[in-house]
Design a protein. Structure first.
Length: 171
């Protein structure tokens, strides 16, 4: 009867180990995704900032704040990963002392189950990255800015000057 209580109590630790390991692997996948976004200069949805300003300075500031937000998320995920590793280590030691040699087989079954789940998560992240890096295939044909409806023929220099617009300032 006493041995049954010990096994039931250690089953709780096995489930905790599995949950912590799942969180750790998910944290690794999130770190990978955020680093890939930084490398490919993409902005994940959680880091998007919407400011209704169209000036070049505002656009540059938005890009910088978004990259800072992604970098801060990576730092947070690394801290989370460190805590999860520490918790996983203590759970591993506790369970290994309780279960003995059979712990290796239990751990292997947990690892194969979690590797399958995390493999699916990595595939989803890869499709997200590929969708964001695709370039649009539509090509826009713009009409020319200057349409000559007079009898006067303009030189190429005149047409380039007129194409610059009404607000162009001559030297």
């Amino acid at each position: 009867m006493n041995k049954l209580k010990i096994v039931n109590a250690s089953r709780v630790f096995v489930h905790q180990y599995e949950n912590v390991k799942r969180k750790l692997l998910s944290c690794d996948a999130d770190i990978y995704f955020n680093q890939q976004c930084l490398r490919k200069k993409l902005t994940p949805n959680f880091a998007r900032i919407k400011i209704p300003s169209y000036s070049p300075a505002a656009k540059a500031t938005i890009v910088k704040t978004q990259t800072i937000k992604v970098r801060e998320e990576i730092k947070f995920l690394y801290m989370k990963k460190q805590q999860l590793n520490k918790k996983l280590y203590y759970l591993h030691l506790n369970i290994a002392n309780t279960w003995g040699n059979s712990w290796c087989y239990i751990r292997d079954t947990i690892e194969t189950k979690l590797n399958k789940l995390i493999g699916e998560k990595y595939e989803r992240l890869e499709t997200k990255l590929q969708e964001q890096t695709r370039t649009p295939k539509t090509h826009h044909n713009f009409y020319p800015r200057v349409v000559n409806k007079s009898n006067i023929t303009f030189t190429n220099n005149d047409i380039t000057l007129l194409n610059k617009g009404l607000k162009y300032n001559l030297h």
